[in-house]
Ligand binder design. Sequence first.
Ligand SMILES: [Zn+2]
Length: 134
Amino acid sequence: MKAIHCITFAVVGAAGCASYNIPSQVGGVRLAGISSSAVEVYRPRFVLNEGTLALEAYAMREFKGQTSPDSHIDIVYLDGTGRKVAEERANVRPHNLPGSGRMPRPHAYFKQAINLPAGTASVEVRAHEEPHGN
Ligand SMILES: [Zn+2]
């Protein structure tokens, strides 16, 4: 009986570790979350979503942060020199985040498939309060 318990525990432990493995497609690529004055980007992570590379993160309203309809999150791909290779918009609407009057803070979780452009050395998930001029 004791042995069976040990085996069960080991299997659960292995599964827990596996879910935190970094997908091989992004080996060496740095990932950072960059918060704005109103929105915090928390725990960005590369994940495999049914074999497809995806990015997940949490967005939270900063304490007393004032979002606007222009609030959004950009996924920015940079090369080894820090030059922007590509940029896309995260599929989350931080403007609609609830206020943060309690703990744990309310948040929005998002996950979306991404394609790493050739030459990508790092990915930044940036909260951004200004509209893009295009
Ligand atoms: Zn932006």
